[in-house]
Design a protein around this ligand. Sequence first.
Ligand code: DGL
Length: 258
Amino acid sequence: MSGPILIFDSGVGGLSVVAPMRQRLPDAALVYACDNAMLPYGTRPDAWLVERILAVCEAAVSVSGCSVLVVACNTASTLALDALRARLAVPVVGTVPAIKPAAVLSRSRHIGLLATSATVSRPYTDRLIEAFAAGCRVTRVAADPLVREAERVLAGDAPDPDVIRAVTAPLWQQQDLDTVVLGCTHFPLLKERISAAAPRTIQLVDSSDAIAKRTVQVMGVAALRRERDRCLATGPDARLVRAVAAFDFAEPQLLTVG
Ligand code: DGL
């Protein structure tokens, strides 16, 4: 069955996968769905999050008629991918921190993981590190304020360099660290600013192109874009209108979650 590609995140973070997705699939229709009413996810309890993610994704899959669901959220993917795959009839592509490519790229064998508090402490993340970065030291830094910062910047507010500096400081204190995983999809939206906060050249690695590549592999036939790509949001938010318009999505439509 042909349907659009549904991209889901708590807020604007999933927009960071839109460019690689359009690069690989320029004619495919996209639907962007976000749970802006419940943002942020990164500080919420796991049991609540699983139920919420299932409910929002189920509603968005049904309203969009999508052929594939892309969970463009590390916090959701490291917790709820199995539950989503069990519940939904469409293929589900997840997003997990780019530990594997970072471990390959790092020359000093010391990498940083910048993610939400939920993602940095998940057993899924422990397993990822064990499997792909066993020979590396990994410094994990919870960076929840950067989620809000990305939301603010995309809504048109001036960035606050102090927030980025303060949150990333524990990484730069590690003298030999040379590579940082942006393990939250909100963070590539601040990539230049994070780079600017670093006192030396650091490689910043994210999963966005890998997600687009994986989507091409698992999806069937994508519906062709006939009109502007759609956006679904769980809450009304004038600031979101501006953020999604900058990525060429139509004005958000309200998504009712059962
Ligand atoms: N963008 C999400 C992620 O990749 C989470 C942001 C949040 O809601 O805390 O983890």
